[in-house]
Design a protein around this ligand. Structure first.
Ligand code: NOJ
Length: 482
């Protein structure tokens, strides 16, 4: 058994589109995921959408009961932009949207559960997408205006703000590819354009908080970056280089501008994309540059490092053949193959169980990002279902053990741990069939009945005792229905 340090807070997370439903209730307008799921249902593996999801818009009080049951110290959830600002712009605030989030925040505060609020978890207003979305530099101001509204409405009670969740996935899958909304599929170009605007928009939101609200509201504001680790298959010099490149493309592209002392995009990425672009006949690099002014504006704009982590990939250039990825593309720019080796698989490749990878990723952040306070804003395991879920508990135990090593041995400054997710929800392009919940949700039930899995009872005990117990006991399932 191991004890959790006093300074480590324990919580759970969800995101608006994945749980709320009520996609067109009151004056809410569609966002890019509504549009994609309605217009191209075949883009979602099981052809489901999140029109209803967990119906949390209607039943949020039950979510709060579940949080109370678990005894979490904080709840990370996200605000849907078009639910609060139906035009996407800050000209009109929705009364219904305001009330919905206001009630959640008040209920949480009354229970002494800290609200940790993500302002953008992938649901961009469709009418801003029609104007180019994250590819239009003006989004920096549009996003800034939206965040100012949220600080004004809720900042008296919300003390932890996350600007943007996982910029890489937004840019790479939504603008460089078509796995995710808005399916722009501008491979090798769109992901880098979005990366720059996402980083600048984050910085704008941080500056607004810092200059206009921090003195009075006294909270913190930061970004959450997907920090799955990238390692080398072997210790050959070539593989090691491939791993070092891959980690800069994966994590560095978004963290280097914000957390490093030098600022701007990381050298390895700048060099590789410039060289490939030249080879391909482009007159300039497909990776846009930051101006010197922008570099300074962005540097240091996060009060903590929001860290999402699920698994690790191993890279090699041994077998890599040019042409095995589209040209141009982000993967071709990395120019290496990857594997998850023979580690235990989950329901999705990105939850392959590689616990030591989280320790390496935390150490990487410590060493490359000026040793920031780290909030683990997501970590969890996806399955195909079942109320008894020893494999999920086992994943959590192994990863938490490795996190404790990172804290105690490597000196990483981890102050929050967030399990993804409170309950089953809409897993983006995988739809409703992949389950990440501590609570099972019956999506066939009108009321979207929630039932505690073994892992919910396990997490509740862990929070109450603050002990990491290596024994997994799921023989008797306790019945807790919400
Ligand atoms: C990261 C995303 O932020 C979240 O929305 C998603 O459900 C999890 N990964 C699991 O894939």
């Amino acid at each position: 058994m191991r004890t959790f340090p006093k300074g480590l807070q324990l919580g759970v997370a969800t995101a608006a589109y994945q749980i709320e439903g009520a996609w067109n209730t009151a004056d809410k307008t569609p966002h890019i995921w509504d549009t994609m799921c309605h217009n191209n249902p075949e883009s979602i593996k099981d052809r489901t959408n999140a029109d209803d999801a967990c119906k949390s818009f209607e039943f949020y009080k039950r979510d709060i009961e579940m949080l109370k049951f678990l005894g979490v110290q904080f709840y990370r959830f996200s605000i849907s932009w078009t639910r609060v600002l139906p035009t996407g712009f800050a000209n009109k605030i929705s009364e219904t949207g305001y009330e919905y989030y206001n009630n959640i925040i008040n209920d949480l505060v009354a229970l002494n559960i800290e609200p940790v609020v993500t302002m953008y978890h992938w649901d961009l207003p469709q009418n801003l997408q029609d104007l180019g979305g994250w590819a239009n530099p003006l989004i920096v101001e549009w996003f800034g205006d939206y965040t100012r509204v949220l600080y004004k409405l809720f900042g008296d009670r919300v003390k932890t703000w996350i600007t943007i969740n996982e910029p890489k996935q937004i840019g790479l899958f939504g603008y460089g590819g078509k796995r995710m909304a808005p399916q722009l599929n501008a491979s090798g170009v769109g992901e880098y354009l979005a990366a720059k605007n996402l980083v600048l928009a984050h910085a704008r939101a941080w500056h607004i908080y810092d200059e206009e609200f921090r003195d009075v509201q006294k909270g913190v504001c930061g970004i959450t970056i997907a920090s799955d680790f990238r390692d080398a298959v072997t210790d050959s010099a070539e593989d090691v280089e491939a791993g070092l490149d891959a980690v800069q493309f994966e994590i560095g592209l978004y963290s280097h501008p914000i957390f490093s002392s030098k600022g701007g995009f990381p050298d390895r990425v700048v060099k590789r994309v410039a060289a490939k672009s030249a080879e391909q006949g482009y007159s300039r690099s497909r990776l846009p540059e930051f101006t010197l002014e922008e570099i300074e504006y962005v540097k240091g704009t996060s009060d903590f490092y929001g860290f999402n982590h699920y698994s690790t990939r191993f890279y090699t250039r041994d077998t890599y053949k040019s042409g095995s990825n589209p040209i141009p593309s982000y993967d071709d720019d990395i120019g290496a193959d990857f594997t998850y080796l023979d580690y235990e698989k989950g329901a999705l490749p990105h939850v392959t169980v590689i616990p030591h990878g989280i320790r390496k990723a935390l150490k990487w952040v410590k060493d490359n990002c000026n040793n920031p306070p780290i909030f683990i804003t997501e970590n969890g395991f996806g399955t195909f279902g079942g109320l008894k879920d020893p494999e999920r508990i086992s994943y959590y135990i192994k990863y938490l053990d490795s996190i404790l090593d990172a804290i105690e041995i490597d000196g990483c400054n981890v102050t929050r741990y967030t399990a993804w997710s409170l309950m089953d929800n809409f897993e983006w392009d995988s739809g409703l069939s992949i389950k990440f919940g501590l609570f099972e949700v019956d999506f066939n039930d009108e009321k979207k009945k929630r039932t505690a899995r073994s892992s919910a009872v396990w997490y509740k005990k862990l929070i109450a005792t603050r002990l990491l117990d290596y024994n997994i006991n799921v023989t008797e399932l306790e019945e807790h229905v919400f």
